[in-house]
Write a protein that binds this ligand. Structure first.
Ligand SMILES: N[C@@H](CCC(=O)N[C@@H](CS)C(=O)NCC(=O)O)C(=O)O
Length: 217
């Protein structure tokens, strides 16, 4: 058994954050596919694993027993600590990383995920709900654009888990229904992330959550 098990599926940008960190760190990890699109997260035994009913879930198989972490921001924080990379190095950085993780969870991935789900997977059309999520996401992206003015990375002078969290959904602009035409700093920052040694696309790191498992990009 690998040291880490990530319960995941490639369509999940939240799972991608953790998978990308594990891969960039060349960690000893394996995937456990979650059949999200047929409701696995809503049933036992998944609910026993995570009462929140959400992917991703990380299991760390330690000498003192299995340790389970959920919520992508908490997983990234745990892994950065255990793997010794992409984490904060000072108290100031710790809180800088934390505030961007929280911003991501509520305002960036928190809108990009549902917006992509409704537009791309559910084909809901341009409902009021979709338009609301779109507008909220654009606001968050403009904040990201401003943050990246004159700097390469979000929370420090090097890539951290804040970058890996915020980029979780942004390699799928077409699926979300956005462009980065007016966001050159965001565009250049995503290219920097994609150029990190060991970078892989979500589709290449995890199986599909659809039934049957037909991983297609
Ligand atoms: N804040 C959570 C969000 C996780 C999340 O929304 N996961 C989705 C897949 S991307 C999920 O499992 N949703 C199940 C549901 O809402 O029923 C995180 O960052 O991990």
């Amino acid at each position: 058994m690998a040291e880490y098990t990530l319960h995941c599926f490639w369509e999940s940008g939240n799972a991608y954050k953790a998978a990308l960190l594990l891969e960039l760190c060349d960690a000893d990890w394996e995937v456990r596919r979650v059949a999200f699109f047929t409701g696995e997260t809503r049933r036992e035994p998944f609910r026993d694993l995570n009462v929140m009913g959400e992917v991703p879930v990380l299991e760390h198989h330690r000498d003192d027993g299995d340790f389970t972490v959920t919520q992508s921001g908490a997983i990234l924080t745990y892994l950065a600590r255990k793997l010794g990379r992409f984490g904060p190095e000072t108290e100031a950085e710790e809180f800088e990383v934390m505030r961007w993780l929280l911003f991501d969870s509520q305002k960036l991935s928190g809108y990009a995920g549902p917006l992509r789900f409704l537009r791309f997977f559910m084909k809901k059309g341009e409902t009021d709900e979709v338009q609301f999520l779109h507008a909220r996401l654009l606001t968050a992206l403009n904040i990201l654009e401003a943050r990246l003015e004159g700097r390469d990375w979000i929370a420090a002078d090097r890539p951290t888990i804040a970058d890996l969290a915020l980029c979780g959904y942004l390699f799928w602009p077409d699926q979300i229904g956005i462009t980065f035409d007016d966001l050159p700093n965001v565009s250049a920052w995503l290219a920097r992330i994609a150029a990190l040694p060991g970078y892989s696309r979500a589709e290449d790191l995890m199986p599909s959550g659809r039934e049957p498992d037909t991983a297609t990009a």
